[in-house]
Design a protein around this ligand. Structure first.
Ligand code: NAD
Ligand code: TYD
Length: 334
């Protein structure tokens, strides 16, 4: 099977590509990735000599480049996106351009090339904040951040291509991923790498916002299951095995790392900060998937990975782009 993966230089895409090529010795991957600030060729350096893997540096909104990549493709797994909520609050424009227009360009090319399967990778954030219970795939979309709104828009666009053009697409909606190769602006890698350097971690608001935590390799397996067994036109929630509020998460990580509470600094809340996400994943479980990773072990492994991979994350945090973002995002908050 030859698949086109978009956004494969990012956190989840790179973990998925490595998983896919290991699992399928006859599988081949073309990775279409523009290499934005979060796209990092180092995430797949181990595949440099792999003949079943090729990276094409291009924008998913570039119709000509997409058309070339789509030729001879059996399936598309679409990860490419602007993915960070805080950046979408600072500037929503790239989110609309990539997440909505880019998705439309891909959908049109998939139709033209009669691709057999299109997996659109989305997020639990499209449901908005859920005070009680768990979101099911039938729940209304009530996104609260520009990021979530752009993902909801792309989900609806995919739906429209399924209904109108009979595109054989499926949508997955995952919770907060964690694991190796996550760009250190997201809460977990920012917390771990700041603590390694004894730099304070800015905890938003009262820290009682609840997130569901999904190990990235459980997510990769889920996407593979949906790719092979998901029913066309369906949506599948993908949640992890552990959920907690941010205070609890920070306490666990701090304790595992042996760091003092004084390194956690309460800062003013993120505007529109969703209080709680929670997913009902029974539909995907019926396809035979469930999160297999033990959260405690995966958390310890993840901390261990950032500890032993300073040469991966230090250059990212040293870059001017990261420093400028960090200043803009956190200045005046402490
Ligand atoms: P990421 O920011 O780490 O990676 C995004 C990748 O997309 C980067 O390699 C980047 O270079 C590429 N990209 C961005 N714009 C592009 C464009 N216009 N053309 C080509 N490539 C482009 O993101 P991630 O955390 O790996 O998320 C991947 C997908 O999973 C996204 O669609 C996101 O919405 C979704 N998702 C993420 C999470 C999470 O917790 N991180 C949870 C649920 C869903
Ligand atoms: P994040 O990793 O940005 O994911 P999302 O907002 O998409 O869930 O944040 C996870 C949680 O951590 C979220 O409730 C916001 C909070 N958070 C902080 O408290 N401080 C931070 O510096 C960041 C980036 C996030």
């Amino acid at each position: 099977m030859k698949i086109l993966v978009t956004g494969g230089l990012g956190f989840i895409g790179s973990n998925f590509i490595r998983y896919f090529l290991r699992r399928y010795p006859r599988g081949a991957v073309v990775n279409l990735d523009k290499q934005t600030y979060s796209g990092n060729p180092a995430n797949l350096r181990d595949l440099a000599e792999e003949r079943r893997y090729r990276w094409v540096k291009a924008d998913i909104a570039d119709a000509d480049a997409v058309d070339k990549c789509m030729r001879g493709t059996d399936a598309v797994v679409h990860f490419a996106a602007e993915s960070h909520v805080d950046r979408s609050i600072l500037d929503a424009a790239p989110f609309l351009q990539t997440n909505v227009i880019g998705t439309q360009v891909l959908l049109d090319a998939a139709l033209r090339h009669e691709v057999g399967r299109f997996v659109h990778v989305s997020t639990d954030e499209v449901y908005g904040s859920v005070a009680k219970g768990h979101s099911t795939e039938k729940d209304p979309l009530l996104p609260n951040s520009p990021y979530a709104a752009s993902k909801a828009a792309s989900d609806l666009l995919v739906r429209s291509y399924i209904v109108t053009h009979k595109l054989p697409a499926v949508v997955t909606r995952a919770s907060n991923n964690f694991g190796p190769y996550q760009y250190p602006e997201k809460a977990m890698p920012l917390l771990i790498t700041n603590l390694l350097d004894d730099i304070p971690f800015p905890l938003y608001g009262d820290g009682l916002n609840v997130r569901d935590w999904l190990y990235v390799l459980d997510h990769a397996r889920a996407i593979d299951v949906v790719l092979r067994h998901g029913q066309v036109g369906e949506i599948y929630n993908v949640g992890g095995s552990f959920s907690c509020n941010n205070r609890e998460l920070v306490r666990r990580i701090r304790t595992l790392m042996g760091k003092p509470e004084s390194l956690i600094k309460r800062v003013p809340d993120r505007p529109g900060h969703d209080r709680r996400y929670a997913l009902d994943c029974s539909k995907l479980r019926r396809l035979g998937w469930r999160p297999e990773t033990d959260f405690r072990r995966a958390l310890a492994d993840t901390i261990g990975w950032y500890r032993t991979h300073e040469s991966w994350w230090r250059p990212l945090k040293r870059k001017l782009g990261f420093k400028t973002y960090y200043k803009k995002q956190y200045a005046g908050r402490s």
